[in-house]
Design a protein. Structure first.
Length: 481
């Protein structure tokens, strides 16, 4: 494992031996994995819990489960952390701490940091989560980060501040297949400013329609083409469909050199790949916390606002403000004058959900047990292992596996996820069969209609044997089709 990790740390692709497709080899890597113990921090759905249709008071993995069939109690192979991350075990105790705080001291919970509680007072929770996220996104201080609302709301707030179209500069540059919410947000912002998408929205097309690859050159060329008329660039750190990781620092610097604001949707990048948002001079970024960060469905989203844009005198004209953005020293004074909290904190609107932030706090605690560097090392090896097994399957027999890997080959251009596109006359039919066989065998993957399956072996709770088993079941599904 060490030699694989050291190749990964150098940004090289790890090379696997001829016997890599044996169960023994997968188990050997798991036995040498220094992060393997982190899986114990999570409640992974079991094969039987996935079939639940009613609550029965049991949590998979806890001793209170009732099924007599031991095999059904085994954890599923959970490869959808790119959609909804697994539940950290400590979420339960944190929610209990909040219930006790609320029941015991009522409104005082806003200001009282209870002894023996793992959590800050309610009004400090979002900021304490920000302070725990410096390594996660590469911020220079906690004030560059805030957790609030959801990704799309935060995106609108950032567009309200940064997208100030003029007759000369009014275009927004995006990519051809943004996540629909980004698309709707941008379109509605244009409409809000009485602009039309046909005049003011520029879509970067894939360099190759087969692979859907977005080359950095084509992105820079689009920026060049609209250098005088573009106001803002909004791109995904990792493209949700193909899993391609874009060159955030290079694209950011290039856009800014042309006077264009660079904003990033990091929904698929935060907690997945190392980020250095401060050093890369990113203007703003937004991310949700329910994927690789494991904070639960709809949990509070993140926002990064570079220190360069911090409001030093309370005079950001285009900020949409609310009372929780007011500095804590005056927040409860009920004054009409808005005295903002520093940096990104001043963009808070409302009193956030303490329960929601408690889940996030639990999730961040797990990240605190390792580092993005270590996680990335394992992820490169784990995803590399998945790729090698898939390629061997594709080349097996008559080389007739009916799918190809959409995600770029290069380690620098991808995170954890690999997207498989099912091709050929029977491609969609095979995918349907495969999805059924995977579900029957307790493997949870994500399907994007009509022909793509996304597989994300998240290093926090997936291992090499999981990947090995996934490929074995996938093979079964392909052969049965
Ligand atoms: C790339 C991307 N952007 C935006 C969103 C929307 O996030 P939210 O529901 O927090 O607004 C998602 C959700 O999955 C996403 O994957």
């Amino acid at each position: 494992m060490d030699h694989l990790l050291s190749a990964a740390q150098k940004g090289q692709k790890p090379e696997f031996p001829a016997d890599a497709d044996t169960l023994e080899y997968a188990q050997l890597l798991d036995s040498q994995d220094k992060l393997g113990h982190l899986k114990d921090q999570f409640n992974i759905p079991s094969k039987s819990s996935l079939k639940k249709k009613a609550l029965d008071g049991t949590i998979p993995g806890e001793s209170n489960t009732t099924s007599s069939d031991q095999d059904d109690q085994t954890p599923s192979i959970y490869l959808v952390g790119n959609s909804l991350g697994a539940q950290p075990k400590s979420v339960k105790s944190r929610i209990s701490a909040q219930l006790e705080t609320w029941a015991s001291v009522g409104v005082g919970g806003h200001f009282t940091s209870m002894e023996n509680s793992p959590l800050s007072a309610w009004q400090d929770l979002a900021e304490s989560c920000a302070a725990k996220s410096l390594d996660l996104v590469g911020a220079s201080s906690a004030q560059e980060i805030i957790y609030m609302n959801t990704l799309t709301v935060n995106l609108h707030l950032m567009l309200a501040t940064f997208y100030r179209p003029t007759p000369q500069r009014h275009k927004i540059i995006i990519e051809w297949k943004p996540f629909p919410s980004d698309w709707y947000a941008v379109q509605s912002q244009l409409a809000f400013h009485n602009l039309s998408a046909s005049d003011s929205l520029i879509e970067i097309q894939p360099s190759d329609p087969e692979t859907l690859y977005l080359s950095t050159e084509s992105i820079l060329a689009t920026i060049d083409e609209h250098a005088d008329s573009a106001a803002l660039l909004l791109l995904p750190g990792i493209q949700y469909f193909t899993g391609q990781l874009l060159d955030i620092p290079k694209i950011t610097a290039y856009a800014q050199s042309k006077g264009i604001i660079a904003g990033w949707d990091l929904a698929h990048a935060a907690g997945n790949v190392p980020l250095s948002l401060h050093e890369w001079n990113v203007d703003f970024a937004v991310w949700c916390t329910y994927k690789y960060l494991n904070a639960g469905p709809g949990a509070a989203a993140g926002l990064f606002l570079h220190e360069r844009h911090h409001d030093r005198d309370g005079k950001v004209k285009n900020r949409l403000a609310g009372w929780y953005g007011a500095d804590k020293s005056v927040r409860f004074n009920m004054e009409k004058e808005f005295v903002p909290s520093p940096g990104a904190w001043g963009y808070q609107l409302s009193n956030p959900s303490a329960v929601d932030l408690s889940c996030l706090d639990a999730a961040l605690e797990v990240f605190g047990k390792t580092s993005m560097k270590e996680l990335r090392g394992k992820a490169v090896v784990l995803t590399g292992y998945l790729e090698v097994l898939l390629k061997r399957l594709m080349n097996e027999g008559r080389g007739a596996a009916p799918f190809r890997i959409l995600t770029p080959e290069s380690v620098e251009e991808r995170g954890t996820q690999l997207s498989l596109m099912f091709t050929g006359a029977k491609g969609k039919e095979v995918l349907q069969r495969v999805s059924k066989v995977l579900a029957e065998n307790g493997v949870v993957c994500d399907f994007r209609k009509p022909d793509v399956m996304r597989v994300a072996p998240v290093p926090l709770y997936c291992g090499f044997e999981d990947v090995w088993k996934f490929v074995k079941v996938l093979k079964k599904g392909v052969e049965e089709s």
